[in-house]
Design a protein around this ligand. Structure first.
Ligand SMILES: Cc1cc2nc3c(=O)[nH]c(=O)nc-3n(C[C@H](O)[C@H](O)[C@H](O)COP(=O)(O)OP(=O)(O)OC[C@H]3O[C@@H](n4cnc5c(N)ncnc54)[C@H](O)[C@@H]3O)c2cc1C
Length: 489
């Protein structure tokens, strides 16, 4: 009989991790280091989830989500991954904002933002200081019902230009709007303001290769091209449901199997996890309703431009937030025809190890699933072509001969996100705030089933998801130990 691609997977593990995004990878690594036997399953042929990259002819390599994360990544990577990974994290020192209201160049940290707000925006220093101090004191557990708009109005009344400077980069980083709870802005913005914006030098390919080597060294059994279709439950001695295992399907040959385990960590979107993999019949009606009510966050479109080998482009900044909108609006930022585009410019020092110096530019545009999902094939192709053209036109202001330097260009959309990571409505940034509570309460509904991944805006982005993976793995360790102790008694 022909061998199935699933044959190498054992019959039982302590933990099955569904998905290899940064939360899944980190959770798997922590649990393996704590001595658990871990199986990591990824439906794609590549690990990393949205923290990914792809190669194209002509020696091009593109990073999908390596645009910037807070300084806290250094500590998290050193503690939960390796010193080598942490040591490769570098600051992006040239962040620019170019729009009809202002032109700003900054290192994007508290000191520089204080200078910009006081010198350029003429806000009294005491007001700026009070704002930063207030943010530092914000706490997830406070019962704060203010929106980000209300927070801005409290500290900078009537200053829509200041509001724009504050929200625009965070809206790009995690899809948040001025109508989201103020805490979601406060925590994420404070994280960046501590020391600025950082990236991993060497590129996402090198980062994921190092993480994979670390996982293997710690004994994690990794299988790609394997889709988890279902999480199975059983009844415990008290008749309560608990995790028994998962049903998986090989993406290559379609073969299926069941794998038993003591606990599951799902890194899939929280709605996919509960509504599709567990099923509403296995949770209480109120929890099902709460899950259905969770709003997923926005999605993204991107244009990837590869510069010909041997060509160079001038330094125009590392991360360039551009917009032609006269005033900022969260709605305009995600509109199909938005004029807001962020250019991430990858100079040769992004990958110093490559033989020939290479440049790439990635344009990021925040978008909504519904607007892209309803397009016919012809409309879809036309809108992708439009994104590419608008990206060129926008860049020509800073690099007039950009078209002659590019020999690879393509666009990705919310549909691309959905195809590659399967997230509900192609969400790039997980869920709105309410998703965090559902994610955290999942093990109370289904003992042994945990979720870690982008939720609640706060637990989103590279740093948020890595840290969430760590938090959840500690909870899973306690659960597995308590079950082991109970079985031994
Ligand atoms: C265009 C873009 C730009 C971004 N830029 C930044 C940035 O500059 N800085 C930053 O900090 N963050 C950025 N982000 C966000 C950041 O990339 C994500 O928040 C983070 O990587 C998500 O990690 P995660 O753990 O939630 O998992 P994800 O990356 O969402 O991965 C989930 C994984 O689960 C797998 N999976 C799902 N269902 C199944 C199943 N049934 N069976 C098996 N596998 C399954 C998926 O294939 C995927 O690999 C960006 C995101 C996008 C899309």
């Amino acid at each position: 009989m022909a061998q199935s691609l699933l044959d190498g997977i054992q019959g039982h593990y302590d933990v099955v991790v569904i998905g290899s995004g940064l939360a899944g990878l980190t959770g798997a690594n922590c649990l393996a280091k704590l001595g658990h036997r871990v199986l990591l399953l990824e439906h794609h042929y590549q690990l990393g989830g949205l923290a990914t990259y792809f190669k194209r002819p002509g020696g091009h390599i593109f990073d999908v989500s390596l645009h910037g994360f807070p300084h806290g990544m250094i500590k998290s990577c050193r503690k939960y991954w390796s010193k080598e990974i942490a040591d490769a994290i570098r600051q992006l020192k040239d962040v620019r904002f170019l729009n009809p209201e202002f032109q700003v160049q900054t290192t994007f940290d508290r000191q520089d933002f204080t200078r910009i707000l006081t010198d350029d925006f003429k806000v009294p220093a005491s007001q700026v200081e009070a704002f930063f101090e207030h943010l530092r004191g914000m706490n997830y557990y406070d019962n704060d019902t203010r929106t980000t708009r209300e927070l801005f109005e409290e500290f900078f009344p009537g200053r829509s230009d200041v509001h724009r400077l504050l929200i625009e980069p965070i809206a790009y980083a995690n899809g948040s709007t001025v109508e989201d709870p103020a805490i979601t802005f406060g925590i994420v913005f404070s994280n960046f303001m501590s020391k600025g914006v950082f990236i991993f030098q060497g590129g996402t390919d090198l980062l994921i290769a190092k993480m994979t080597a670390e996982l293997k060294a710690n004994g994690v059994d990794i299988h790609r091209n394997v889709l988890v279709e279902k999480v199975f439950l059983e009844k415990d001695a008290d008749g309560k449901p608990r995790v028994r295992g998962v049903r998986v399907k090989s993406r290559r040959d379609g073969s299926e199997r069941e794998i038993a385990c003591g606990a599951v960590l799902s890194n899939a979107n929280i709605k996919n996890t509960i509504l599709q993999m567990v099923g509403e019949e296995n949770i209480t009606g109120s929890f099902a309703a709460e899950t259905r009510a969770v709003r997923v966050n926005t999605s993204s479109a991107q244009v990837y431009m590869g510069i010909k080998e041997g060509e160079s482009i001038p330094h125009i900044g590392d991360l360039v937030f551009t917009s032609e909108a006269k005033k900022f609006s969260s709605q305009e930022l995600v509109d199909l025809h938005t004029t807001s585009r962020t250019y991430s410019v990858y100079y040769p020092d992004t990958r110093p190890h490559t033989k020939a110096p290479r440049y790439a530019i990635v344009t990021s545009i925040n978008q909504q699933w519904e607007q892209w999902n309803k397009l016919s094939p012809d409309e879809y192709a036309a809108h992708k072509a439009r994104l590419i053209e608008e990206s060129y036109v926008g860049l020509e202001k800073y690099i007039p001969d950009i078209r002659s330097k590019v020999d690879w260009i393509e666009a990705a959309t919310p549909r691309t996100v959905e195809r590659y990571v399967r997230h509900w409505e192609g969400a790039s940034f997980g869920t709105k705030f309410e998703g965090l509570k559902v994610s955290m309460e999942l093990p109370n509904q289904v003992p042994g089933l945990y979720h870690a991944g982008s939720v609640g805006i706060i637990m989103s982005g590279w740093l948020g998801t890595i840290n969430y993976g760590v938090i959840v793995s500690a909870k899973m360790d306690a659960y597995l130990r308590s079950r082991r102790n109970a079985a031994a008694e």
